[in-house]
Every structure is written in C-alpha cells, then in structure tokens.
Design a protein around this ligand. Sequence first.
Ligand SMILES: [Mg+2]
Length: 179
Amino acid sequence: MSTRANPLWLKLLTPKAQLESAFEITPAWLADRNLRGLALDIDNTLAPTHLPGNEAQIRAWLEPLHQAKIPIRVVSNGHSNRILGFCQLFKLEFVGISGLRMAGKPIPNAFRRACRELGLPADQIAMVGDQIFTDVLGANLTGMYTVLVKPLSEKSMPHTKLIRNLEKLVLARLEHEKM
Ligand SMILES: [Mg+2]
C-alpha cells in the first residue's frame, strides 16, 4: 500500500467496483453490498453505440432485477431520441437535468435527482457506467456507489478516444496506488 494519501481528484475518479460488464450485476451482487437501487448509463454500458441487437441480453438481465424490485433510473448523456427510445423499449425511467432531455454528466444534478426519485440514500445506489470522467466522477460527487464497466464497443468517436487515453492514465495510477 502507498503511504501517501490519494489526492482528492484521484478519489473522485476512483470507482468503488470494476466489472467486465454491467450484465454481471445481479440482485445478490447488489444485496451483498447493501445496494438497493440502480442508476444506469446506456451507451457502451448496456448497448454498444454503433451496433443494435443485444435486446434479448438486456431483457434477460433486467428481469431478475425487476423481480427483486430494484428501482432503476437511466442517467445518460446520449442523444435524447435514441435514449428515450431505449427507455420506452425497456420501460425504464430517464432522469435529466431540469427542463432538458439530457443528464449533463458529470454535473451532479441528474445524479441527485435520480437519488431523490429512487427514494434511497446515495450510498445505497449503484451508478453503473463505462466512463470515468462522466459516470464515475459525477456519481462520486453525489456519494453514490460507483461501478465502472468495460465499454461494449471499442469503436469510439475522436473526442472519446482522447478521453479513453486519459482514463487509461487514471486506471494505471490507481493500479500503482494499490501496490
Ligand atoms: Mg457510456
């Protein structure tokens, strides 16, 4: 263990858990961590941005969560028509910042609203996403339990490639801090 305390910026960028995929999350996984609600990113977390077609996988994953009565909110920065269509398809509720059909991550407003709507303390809600600088940062600022997953699609927009490289630097630093 490093004897040096982590700087605040690194703490804010550090996920509580890292998983290969959001689809590993089950009611039992949540219960083991005293988590009672879910906030979800969509693009590259549940659905690859450029490829449709994992509807069956998403439905199969959601079913036991619904059965366990885990309340869910979608917190996405994605294009609003695409995300609203996704939410309708799976009967999920979307949370945006007031008056807008977007979440504005990492600004904490939509995360706070998700917590209010779910009616749970922030630390009992898992925010699941694939990006450190939006999903993890915003949810950590809100006090949620942050889960970083590997992006479903490797194909990224140019601006995302820069972010991915910055994320690699942060993840390498986190690995280094563990040693
Ligand atoms: Mg994403």
